[in-house]
Design a protein around this ligand. Structure first.
Ligand SMILES: Nc1ncnc2c1ncn2[C@@H]1O[C@H](COP(=O)(O)OP(=O)(O)O)[C@@H](O)[C@H]1O
Ligand SMILES: [Mg+2]
Length: 220
């Protein structure tokens, strides 16, 4: 039995994934790889033939996210901690458009998905967001969360998760280097996280200087 994607409600879309509301649980989403980007080998169409045949092909995004989550649970085993500043993955589901990753839904204060990019572009950034963003990057360094391709649209804002302003990473986490230097050495990882932080904050400031009306941002 496959879940039919056409029956699901669309929540968001990026360059490689499409995100839907879980049909039976308001607190979960289902992520699939955009079928239009998938080659017959299960790799990305725009990648070389050799790269398309690599181990998990399009699913290496899921693999990185899961390995990162397992690593966090392992390091924090004694604390019995399962929630981190990254979306919590819950498992897989079969769909008529490939494997779906079930994950925690991150909802903004108005019950809508809200990314750091949307906040910045619509000129909504306040002190509480800046403080939460500093805390987010500090926590990523402390917890040794590796950034593969983190961007301003992959960081989401919520006040529901821990009843306080908080940013959560939903995309681009995990090690992607062939020699996993960031995963092996916390100091190297921290340097990379701080660099990404600087780039993202600069982008945020640029967006805040030229804000768009919110309708222009929320249109899919
Ligand atoms: N856990 C989540 N909860 C709510 N919305 C999400 C979640 N993950 C992703 N989204 C929405 O879907 C969009 C695309 O998801 P993302 O994982 O970033 O895909 P891509 O890898 O294609 O960039 C995000 O920018 C966000 O708007
Ligand atoms: Mg993204």
């Amino acid at each position: 039995m496959y879940l039919k994607i056409e029956n699901l409600k669309l929540i968001g879309q990026g360059c490689s994934k499409i995100v839907y509301q879980h049909p039976d649980d308001q607190n979960k989403i289902i992520k699939i790889m955009n079928p239009q980007r998938v080659s017959i080998h299960g790799g990305f169409k725009n990648h070389s033939k050799m790269k398309q045949r690599f181990a998990q092909g399009i699913y290496r995004h899921f693999r990185r996210e899961l390995i990162q989550y397992l690593q966090l649970c392992k390091v924090n085993y004694q604390k019995n901690q399962f929630t981190f500043p990254v979306e919590t993955p819950y498992g897989f589901i079969h769909t008529d458009q490939g494997l779906g990753l079930i994950a925690e839904k991150i909802v903004g204060p108005e019950e809508k998905s809200l990314t750091l990019e949307q906040l910045a572009r619509t000129g909504q950034i306040q002190d509480k967001h800046l403080k939460a963003l500093d805390e987010f990057f500090d926590a990523c360094c402390d917890l040794h969360i590796v950034f593969a391709e983190v961007n301003i649209a992959g960081i989401m804002y919520t006040e529901h998760r821990n009843h306080k302003p908080e940013f959560v990473l939903v995309d681009g986490m995990g090690e992607k280097l062939f020699i996993p230097l960031r995963a092996m050495f916390k100091s190297i990882n921290t340097r990379n996280v701080r660099k990404v932080e600087k780039d993202i904050k600069q982008k945020m400031r640029q967006m805040m200087e030229a804000p768009l009306a919110s309708e222009q941002v929320f249109v899919q």
